[in-house]
Design a protein around this ligand. Structure first.
Ligand code: NFE
Length: 470
């Protein structure tokens, strides 16, 4: 028997996502399995359109508003995109301060994702709203474990507040940091700021290494079958992040988590940004049938609705012709911190985030020590009136790129490819599904009115549709 399950909207994510699952019933086992999945971003935003005609230096301020969860990455990507067009090297303090603001944001995002967005797919909260009604399918934690996890849910709220405060010490405020601008940062480095940041880092570090890490392992231990569920294309991409040396090129400088591409067959490649493409075949946009490079003059964000064959406001980024997965799992594999035994799955995506958080709290202490009190944080950036460029780094959810063309000081084009656009993309012009769509295929659903197994797969990507449709 064939049926379609629709989850609309998917909750406990940012933004508006609809998932449609075409199901098959196995004649022998009687199990209902996802045959194909379709992921739809159901909202248009048009941030790229807003950039057109604006002054170059508006880009970090405007693009930070793409999202309240990863605004640091957008302000940073816009700044390095502009800096890259003049071979500019930001002062050392600016590099370190940017790392510190971004790392605080990564921690905030990973803690949010595990405790407040994902964990309730596996456990029942207290018997009161907003934790009821809850899924009743396959809840395996015992009462003691559930109570302990729920205490950590509460504690995680406080930890997130503190990570926001840490980012705000140098960012001015969060979300939407004010201090990351083309040319460096506007936050001066003082002993008082370093001490304030260090004090909170100590507490966050303890939470990450003692509580978050052991809760993720409890999840892995309790739901070991989810190491085999939600795999996806296994083609991984990272642009690299957390610059470790002063350089005019963020994409070639030494970084804590390097960029690269790792294909399902084990082939590794250096990232070639000319191979980043986007298709709009199944998206409600005008554009050529084939894939286009985001820096090309053919790339556009002109809405076309309705459109035959289209089902999403997200586009379909591809690397060469491959559907890719971006995110902490890709970063940890590409950095060599996860070995070949770690395959993409619901559980390994959670494990990758916690491993990354542990690496980050160590690196943050080192960056704090490297800061020079009173040292330069900014140098005026002189842009050519007409120039093109791009900036690429990582957001918490994965590879993020900004491409622009400036004519007489104003943007004539601005294109953003976000990690959730990579992960939650619709099919491309060849019918190749996006990573999340591929990861959902084969998932067994016990109760079609309570498809929690599908939600576990979807949430493991930590989708943010606000970013994806930008
Ligand atoms: Ni709105 Fe974002 C991150 C970006 S998701 S959260 O992380 O860019 O695509």
């Amino acid at each position: 028997m064939k049926q379609t399950i629709i989850i609309d909207p998917v909750t406990r994510i940012e933004g508006h996502l609809k998932i449609a699952l075409d199901m098959d019933t196995d004649a022998h086992t009687g199990k209902n399995r996802v045959r194909t999945a379709r992921a739809s971003g159901t909202m248009f935003r048009g941030m790229e359109k807003i950039l057109e005609g604006r002054d170059a230096f508006d880009a970090p301020i405007i693009t930070a508003r793409v999202c309240g969860v990863c605004p640091v990455s957008h302000a940073y990507a816009a700044s390095i995109a502009l800096e890259s067009s003049t071979a500019f090297t930001p002062p050392k303090n600016a590099r370190l301060v940017r790392n510190l603001i971004l790392a605080a944001n990564f921690l905030q995002s990973h803690i949010l994702h595990f405790y407040h967005l994902s964990l309730l797919d596996f456990m029942q909260g207290p018997s009161m709203p907003p934790w009821r009604p809850a899924s009743k399918v396959d809840m395996r934690f015992n009462t003691v474990e559930s109570e302990e996890l729920f205490k950590h849910y509460d504690l995680a709220l406080d930890m997130r507040r503190k990570t926001h405060s840490m980012g705000a010490i140098f960012g001015g405020h969060l979300p939407h940091p004010a201090s990351i601008i083309p040319g460096g940062v506007t936050a001066v480095v003082s002993r008082e700021r370093i001490d304030q940041y260090q004090g909170m880092l100590k507490e966050i570090s303890q939470f990450v290494t003692e509580i978050y890490a052991s809760d993720v392992e409890l999840l892995a231990h309790t739901y070991p079958d989810y190491l085999q569920i939600g795999g996806g294309p296994e083609n991984l991409i990272a642009y690299g992040v957390f610059v470790e040396e002063d350089s005019s090129s963020v994409t070639s400088a030494k970084r804590l988590f390097p960029g690269g591409v790792l294909f399902a067959d084990g082939t590794r490649e250096a990232l070639d940004s000319s191979q980043i493409m986007e298709s709009v075949a199944c998206s409600w946009y005008e554009g050529p049938t084939g894939a286009t490079h985001p820096g090309s003059s053919k790339a556009s964000t002109t809405a076309l609705y309705p459109k035959s064959g289209a089902y999403s406001w997200t586009k379909s980024p591809r690397y060469k012709t491959f559907a890719m997965e971006a995110g902490a799992f890709a970063r940890m594999k590409i950095a060599g911190l996860f070995g070949s035994e770690k395959r993409a799955s619901v559980i390994t995506r959670h494990q990758a985030r916690v491993l990354e958080a542990k690496e980050l709290v160590r690196a943050m202490g080192r960056w704090l020590e490297q800061l020079e009190v009173g040292g330069a944080v900014y140098e005026a950036l002189k842009l050519p009136a007409s120039v093109s460029g791009f900036g690429a780094l990582e957001a918490p959810r994965g590879a993020l790129g900004h491409w622009f063309t400036l004519v007489d000081g104003k943007f004539t084009s601005y294109q953003i490819i976000t990690p959730t656009c990579i992960n939650a993309s619709p099919a491309d012009e060849k019918g190749l599904p996006g990573a999340m769509e591929a990861a959902l295929a084969g998932t067994v659903i016990t109760d079609s009115s309570d498809a929690v197994e599908a939600l576990r797969v979807v949430h493991s990507f930590d989708p943010c549709l606000a970013c994806a449709v930008h």
